[in-house]
Design a protein around this ligand. Structure first.
Ligand SMILES: Nc1nc2c(ncn2[C@@H]2O[C@H](COP(=O)(O)OP(=O)(O)OP(=O)(O)O)[C@@H](O)[C@H]2O)c(=O)[nH]1
Length: 371
């Protein structure tokens, strides 16, 4: 696959901008009627933390579009909540939200089998509360989980940082990082267990940014996606490119340059604008027939900022959008960017096919269940 620069004058190809086939976008095998065991085959993400740390709120805000203020009325969980996030071939996993009082010895939960299929364990610490007991629980959780499954990726969300000043945020992160690592050193696990830390709040974009990084680690072909984006930015004069899951605003991939949270927020806001405007002006004759009619193969958008920067959005498939940030001067040859985008889209298409083939070689394809 190539992303060669094509001179505008010689460019005359008709673009093929149709949407990807449906089954590349949805997981056709998971429907409301599918059994518990079908869902249990999905990669698993586990949420743990003390009572009231914010686990359920995070899940509801990121994956169920609950507004942050509504989480005040959620109430405490007394049992494990399971949910399936099934937006696209890339954002496709099961979430297990353990109640705060959960204990590894609790026979109510089959912890062994849940953690064996777990790819990522997110431990939530309430940064506005005393952190000592949370750190004790974190240490006990990661060491026990590591004994069950050595491939789990451990992530700590230092949560509710909206209530802290910038200085306190950094200080809290440093202290939690230091003490968690000291505990691992004391138990002799520091060489084996690696924990990543993220500052989060449901009241801003930080929770989406943190979840993006968690989800990216669960995508088997992430390096290829990142490489695709590196190529398109270098051949199209783009400064930053994000591949977004439109529904959750998680970016499933970005190029390898560092992510600046303000750019991420701008691109998230752009998606909101596109969906809102499409909902008003862009619905077809039969609104409501598709899952999200506001975003389809006709969706694209261009926003010029007053500092000479352009935000450019293109649909990749029903649930994925490419959002690019570039200088206005570099947008003069828009056709080259569009051409390179079509090539990128084909590359992503091929990646979906590859993912399907890999899945089939591991297990025979089950027929989709229809009503
Ligand atoms: N200020 C602030 N409050 C938050 C944030 N996230 C969650 N909360 C609040 O924290 C409280 C507890 O949130 P829950 O989601 O119920 O906590 P939980 O960890 O699921 O609690 P258990 O079900 O008891 O284990 C709620 O009142 C939320 O509104 C945040 O980022 N900032």
């Amino acid at each position: 696959m190539s992303f060669n620069r094509v001179e505008e004058e010689s460019f005359s190809t008709t673009f093929d901008i149709g949407s990807l086939p449906k089954h590349y976008e949805f997981n056709e095998f998971i429907s409301d009627e599918d059994t518990e065991s079908d869902r249990d085959d999905l990669p698993r993400l586990v949420l743990m933390g003390l009572r009231g740390s914010g686990k359920t709120s995070i899940q509801k805000v990121v994956f169920q579009k609950m507004s942050p203020n509504e989480t005040l009325f959620i109430g405490s969980n007394n049992s494990m909540l399971k949910d399936v996030v099934n937006n696209s071939a890339f954002v496709n996993f099961q979430i297990c939200d353990f109640p705060g009082h959960f204990d590894f010895t609790d026979s109510e939960y089959d912890v062994q089998s849940i953690l064996q299929g777990c790819q990522s364990l997110v431990f939530v610490i309430d940064a506005q509360d005393a952190i000592a007991s949370a750190l004790n629980r974190l240490h006990s959780v990661v060491t026990k989980a590591y004994k069950i499954n050595k491939n789990i990726k451990f992530e700590v969300f230092i949560h509710k940082v909206d209530g802290l000043t910038e200085d306190t945020k950094m200080e809290t992160q440093r202290e939690i990082h230091q003490r968690a690592n000291d505990d691992l050193v004391d138990s002799g696990d520091e060489q084996k267990i690696y924990i990543s830390f993220h500052l989060t709040s449901i009241y801003d974009h930080s929770i989406f940014e943190a979840f993006s990084r968690v989800v990216q680690k669960m995508i088997p072909h992430y390096a290829t996606l990142e490489n695709f984006l590196n190529i398109i930015i270098s051949t199209s004069g783009i400064e930053k490119a994000f591949l977004y899951d439109v529904k959750t605003k998680i970016y499933v991939a970005t190029d390898s340059s560092p992510v600046d949270i303000q750019s991420y927020e701008l691109c998230c806001d752009m998606i909101d604008v596109v969906i809102d405007l499409s909902n008003i002006y862009g619905l077809g004759e039969n609104p409501g027939l598709m899952n999200d009619p506001a975003f389809d193969d006709q969706s694209s958008s261009l926003i010029k900022l007053n500092n000479g920067t352009i935000l450019y959005l293109r649909e990749v498939c029903s649930f994925l959008a490419l959002v690019c940030i570039l200088r206005e001067d570099n947008f003069e040859k828009q056709r080259i960017i569009d051409y390179n985008f079509v090539i990128l889209r084909k590359g992503i298409h091929k990646l979906f096919e590859l993912k399907d083939k890999e899945k089939e070689s591991i297990e025979p394809r089950k027929p989709p269940s229809y009503k």
